[in-house]
Structures are given as structure tokens and as C-alpha cells.
Design a protein around this ligand. Structure first.
Ligand code: GSH
Length: 241
């Protein structure tokens, strides 16, 4: 049976992960387009695409007549649809800020989708300056909202919201698929690491993640840039201090 929601994304976690985690969390069913269809849709002239877009992820919600690209836009749409967006203007803005931060981290670790490959000096600088500072940004957000290593939601909302799903997907996936990074996350942002692990320990999310790992193993962002990240982790490493 054709499902009303269809995700066009590559067969990797990366920008698809928060979208899949959100849909899993709310118990929604969705189809993933075959890679050949993802490529076909992406390469169509813009006036023939189901909605205008440059690069996946791309979501089609057949029932609502919605076709949307940009990870953040897709997540906000789905969060509204499934009541995972906070009510207050401030918390909505903070949620979008966290989305933008997460998207920046994904861009930075992949050198903007692999436009160039990591040099040893560039990697050493990233893991000793920018990545720890990003962790500080997320950790401060958690602390400011009363999150502890054992409880709490990122914006102090009464229930898990989009901000939680995005932060957890970002940091859990990075720690799990690139385990050499985990000690840095745990040392620099212990509350964020625990928060991410808590979300991914929820039974449906854990089942989704282990099912995905059965198929894709440790795949993170794919392509030559993943190879470059792994080479750097191997050759340069990371200092959790
Ligand atoms: N800002 C976009 C970035 C989209 C993007 O860079 N997608 C990558 C995969 S994560 C891609 O397929 N890039 C191919 C391209 O840009 O042609 C988003 O957040 O969705």
C-alpha cells in the first residue's frame, strides 16, 4: 500500500536521521524513495519537480498536497503536523535556532557536503575549536533549561519536542557511527550526550536505529567525505580533553 508520506533522501543517516526519528517517534508510516528516484527527482528541471528544490532531503505529503525540501523546513512542518512544536513564540524560535545550529554542525563536519576533503591541519583545528564550541552551545542550552544527565527536555517543554529530536539525532548518530568522537561529546557535553542516549533508548527509536544499522552498519554521511572523516579520525584522532 502506498503511504501518504514519502521521503526522498540518500540511503544514509545524516540529514535524513532527524526526519526518520521524528516519524518513528510519532508512529507515522512513510516510504523512502529508491535512490534512483531520488537522483531522478533531484536532477529534473525545476519546473518538472514535485516541488522546487536543489538537494535532498525532500518530503512529499500526498494527503496535504505538500512537497518540501530543506531539512529544517521539513522538520518544522512535520513537528507542527504531529504537535511537536512548542506553543510559545520564544520556544518556537529557540527550536528553529537549534535546527539551524544542527544544520551548521552537519555542514561543518562534512565541509559543506564534501566540497573539499579534510586536511590534517583543518581537521585538528575543527576538533579542537569549532566542534567543542558547538558542544558548549548545545550543553549551555540544556543547562539553561534545567536538563540533567538523567532527565529533562532541551527547552523545558513538558514533553519531548522537535528540539529534543534534532539534538538527539545529531549527537547520538555522530557518537554511534563515528565512535572516536564519542569521548569528546561525553567529556565536553555530558548532559547533551546523556539526553541523546536517552532518546535513542526509547524502544521504538532503538528498534528503528538498530534496524537501520543492520542494513547500513556504521554509515554516517556517505561518499568520499565520510572516507575523509574516517581517515582523519584514524590518522589525527581527537583529543577529548
Ligand atoms: N540546506 C539543505 C542541504 C541539502 C544538502 O546539502 N543535501 C545533500 C545531502 S545531505 C545533497 O544531496 N547534496 C547534493 C547537492 O547539493 O547537489 C538542507 O538542510 O536540506
Amino acid at each position: 500500500m502506498i503511504k501518504p508520506l514519502k521521503i526522498y533522501y540518500w540511503p544514509i543517516p545524516f540529514r535524513g536521521q532527524p526526519i526518520r526519528a521524528l516519524l518513528t517517534y510519532v508512529g507515522a508510516d512513510w516510504d523512502e524513495a529508491d535512490t534512483s528516484h531520488v537522483r531522478e527527482m533531484k536532477d529534473l528541471p525545476v519546473d518538472r519537480q514535485a516541488g522546487p528544490f536543489m538537494a535532498p532531503p525532500f518530503l512529499i505529503d500526498e494527503e496535504a498536497n505538500v512537497a518540501l525540501s530543506q531539512m529544517s523546513a521539513i522538520l518544522v512542518y512535520l513537528a507542527d503536523k504531529y504537535r511537536l512544536m512548542p506553543e510559545s513564540a520564544v520556544q518556537r524560535a529557540q527550536t528553529i535556532k537549534i535546527l539551524a545550529d544542527a544544520n551548521d554542525v552537519l555542514d561543518e563536519i562534512t565541509l559543506f557536503g564534501g566540497r573539499s576533503m579534510w586536511s590534517k591541519a583543518g581537521w585538528a583545528d575543527f576538533v579542537s575549536t569549532r566542534l567543542p564550541r558547538w558542544l558548549d552551545v548545545f550543553e549551555r542550552t540544556a543547562i539553561d533549561h534545567g536538563v540533567t544527565e538523567s532527565a529533562g527536555t532541551l527547552l523545558a517543554t513538558p514533553a519531548i519536542g522537535l528540539a529534543d529530536i534534532v539534538s538527539a539525532s545529531l549527537w547520538y548518530t555522530m557518537m554511534d557511527r563515528l565512535p572516536a568522537i564519542e569521548p569528546l561529546v561525553m567529556a565536553r557535553a555530558p548532559i547533551i550526550a546523556a539526553h541523546a542516549k536517552r532518546f535513542f533508548a526509547l524502544p521504538t527509536i532503538a528498534a528503528f536505529d538498530s534496524q537501520q544499522k543492520l542494513v547500513w552498519q556504521d554509515l554516517y554521511c556517505g561518499g568520499q567525505i565520510e572516507q575523509s572523516i574516517r581517515t582523519m579520525l584514524n590518522d589525527v584522532g581527537i583529543d577529548p580533553a
